[in-house]
Design a protein. Structure first.
Length: 167
């Protein structure tokens, strides 16, 4: 895959940040790698954020993606939880930006629609479709499957932009 574009998808979370890398060449999509970064919960808040940032940096170094995509924060009724998730999301956005990668953002509904066909899909449906679309990603945890879904949503959006610019 010499002309393939590698996309890093990130599903940010303070406890577990899922990541997934896919390669796109024309209409062909293939799984490269996936995993979860899980800082020790006993670490102070700032150190957990640093662990996320450094973990994402290590993924970028290992898999050399060309672009990154991050899922937008899901706003909850608990403002404190939403704010903490926002911090994790910031770490997930700054790491690829620092590596010089363009970073796109996608709402959860857009990601689910791109992979499952409906914005109201649940985690089980997303994981099922990831296993179908990327057979070598079988056994991905929910967090890693969500991250692969973000990467796929970005791949679809890239293709739509290129089709639109060709017209």
């Amino acid at each position: 895959m010499s002309n393939a574009i590698r996309i890093l998808g990130l599903d940010p979370g303070l406890r577990r940040t899922g990541w997934g890398v896919v390669a796109v060449e024309g209409a062909r999509l293939s799984h490269v790698a996936h995993g979860v970064i899980a800082p020790r919960e006993t670490l102070p808040f700032a150190e957990r954020l640093l662990a996320l940032f450094e973990g994402i940096g290590a993924v970028i170094e290992a898999h050399a993606p060309h672009e990154a995509a991050v899922e937008e924060t899901f706003v909850t009724a608990n403002g404190s939880s939403t704010l903490k998730l926002g911090h994790a999301r910031a770490a997930a956005m700054i790491a690829p930006a620092r590596a010089g990668l363009p970073v796109a953002e996608y709402a959860a509904k857009v990601v689910k629609k791109a992979v499952v066909g409906t914005g109201g899909a649940d985690k089980t449906q997303v994981a099922f479709m990831i296993a179908r679309l990327l057979p070598t990603a079988g056994g991905a945890t929910a967090d890693a499957a969500d991250a692969l879904a973000v990467a796929i949503a970005h791949a679809h959006a890239r293709k739509a932009r290129h089709l639109g610019s060709a017209a």
